[in-house]
Structure formats: C-alpha cells, structure tokens
Design a protein around this ligand. Structure first.
Ligand SMILES: [Zn+2]
Length: 310
C-alpha cells in the first residue's frame, strides 16, 4: 500500500458477478497487509483487482485471518499462500486440519453443489500446516503495530472466530448477513454445525466489546449497534421457530423449504426490494432450512428441544 493507514477497506469480491454479496476486509498492519476472509478461489481475480485499486497486490498480503473455513470465506487461502511465500493464515484449531487436508470439506460440499462446485467456488488448495497460526480464541496477537484478538464465537460453525482490533470487529458469519442498511441482520444457518444457544452466547460476548464498526463477510462495514445485534437475535429466533413449527406439523423438506423461503424473501422484499436476488447468493434459504432441520432433529434426539429457540 502506498499510503499505509489504519482504515479498514471492504473489497467486493463480486461473487458470481453479483456485487455486494461476499466481502473481504483489508487493513495495513505495519507488517504488510492483513485480509480477513479472502473468499473462494473463484473470486481470487476480484480480490486481486480490489487490492490493485488500493495500490497494492497479493504480494503485499502477510496475514490472512479466517473467521471460519467455509468455502465462501477461506477457499482461496491455499492458493494465496502458494503465491505469497511470506504470508501466513490464522484459523481456529477445529478448522485447521480441514485447511491442510480439504478433501473431506470438498467432498461434503460436492454433495450439496454437485457439478456446480467449480463454477461456484473454484479451486481450494491445501495449506501447509507450518503456514498456519492455529488459535483457540482469547489470545492477543501482535501483528505489526496492531493488537488483534481472536474470539471463539461458535453458533454458525463450531470453529468460528471473530477478530477484534481497536474499533473494528470482524464478525464473519456469526454477526449475520446484512446486505443493505435497511435489512434486518439475518443468521445464515447452513449445516452441519448450527448451535442456537452457542450463537446467542457468541453475540452476547461480541456486543459487549464496545467496538465501533462491524465487518461482515456478507456484506461490509456496519455500525456496531444494539439494533444490529437485537435484529439478528430476533430474526434467528423467527427462522428457528419457523422450522421447528414446520417439523412439529409434520411438513416434509419440500414444504418446509417452500414456506420458509417465501416468508424470508417476502420479509427481505419489504425491507428493500432489491434484497431477495442478492440474498440467495449470500446464503440460499434452502440451506438455512437444512441447517435448522439438522439442529432441531439433533436437539430433539438429545431430549433438550424445550426452551431452545422459539
Ligand atoms: Zn459465509
């Protein structure tokens, strides 16, 4: 970067050619650039042109902070580290093995996306274990002249971290999807790790930090406000209850998905007419249904369904 400054920039990765769906956050550390959530392999050229617009390039990246290892956040990591020998990546201890040996992650994604894998996500190259800083959450990292604090924040994924640096809080997906100011934040709830009580605890921890700006992977910077977190918790409860009630009524997967999708897209349309089209790229509603069905089914099996969610 020609003029190092502490400001965090949002780069639009134009996922599938659609603006405002997947963001990477970039900031100068005094020891090269840091990128939070580099996005999938398919959008690496967009990441590169975003860096170029800041007067930088991939070669300036030294620190890749991953909130979690889902393909839309971490897919390009291995390729970037292969191309930039001085860079390293930071990841939660429960996600590290999947970055180094992405076979299982890719196989389970292929079950969902089939022949669309390559078009959607591009290549996911393995990361050498020696290039990873493996975190539990709660550490204080010295990165250049900055202090970065990873925070263990499960709920969306069992290996999810948020990163706190000064006024900025990088919340990955646990901070919800908010594609425009007018949208109420919404929880992406894909399988397999959704955990509603853990999600609520993560929100309680994050909102107490007193950051000024949240950086969402979907999408970009948003003020850290009570409205944001209250909206997210409320919509998480609504979505979870919709699926639970559908299951209790004996709806099959198709009925559940149809009803959930109609209700969600209607609400989004009411908030901002252009939201439904983009939202489906950030987290398809059918995937949120699958994750919540799995959560409620397992909760019932463990005999602790009462009191969760509704
Ligand atoms: Zn995501």
């Amino acid at each position: 970067m020609t003029a190092p400054d502490a400001a965090v920039r949002t780069l639009d990765l134009h996922f599938q050619g659609v603006p405002g769906v997947i963001a990477a956050s970039v900031f100068e550390t005094g020891d090269g650039l840091a990128v939070v959530d580099v996005g999938p392999g398919s959008t690496l050229p967009e990441l590169e042109s975003g860096l170029a617009s800041l007067g930088a390039s991939l070669a300036d990246v030294r620190h890749v902070f991953l909130t979690h290892i889902h393909l839309d956040h971490a897919g390009a990591t291995g390729t970037i580290l292969d191309r930039v020998p001085g860079a390293r990546a930071y990841v939660h201890e429960r996600g590290a093995a999947h970055l180094s040996r992405p076979g299982r992650l890719l196989a389970s994604a292929a079950q969902i996306y089939g022949g669309e894998m390559d078009r959607l996500w591009g290549e996911m190259r393995p990361v050498e274990p020696g290039r990873l800083t493996v975190l539990a959450g709660g550490e204080t990292l010295r990165v250049g002249r900055l202090e970065v604090r990873p925070l263990y924040t499960p709920g969306h994924a069992v290996h999810h971290l948020a990163y706190h640096a000064g006024d900025d809080l990088f919340v990955g997906d646990v901070g919800g999807i908010r594609l425009s100011e007018r949208q109420t934040p919404r929880a992406p709830t894909p399988p397999p790790d959704i955990d509603l009580p853990a999600w609520r605890e993560s929100v309680a921890a994050l909102r107490g930090l007193g950051a000024r700006t949240l950086h969402l992977a979907h999408f970009g910077a948003s003020p850290d406000s009570a409205d944001h977190w209250d909206g997210l918790l409320a919509s998480l409860d609504v979505d979870a209850a919709r699926v639970r009630e559908g299951l209790e009524r004996g709806q099959d997967a198709e009925e559940l998905t149809g009803a959930f999708t109609r209700a969600l897209l209607d609400e989004l349309r009411g908030q901002d007419p252009e939201l439904p089209g983009r939202y489906e790229f950030a987290c398809p509603p059918w995937m949120s249904v699958q994750g919540l069905v799995r959560y409620w089914t397992r909760a019932a099996a463990r005999g602790r369904a009462t009191g969760d969610g509704g």
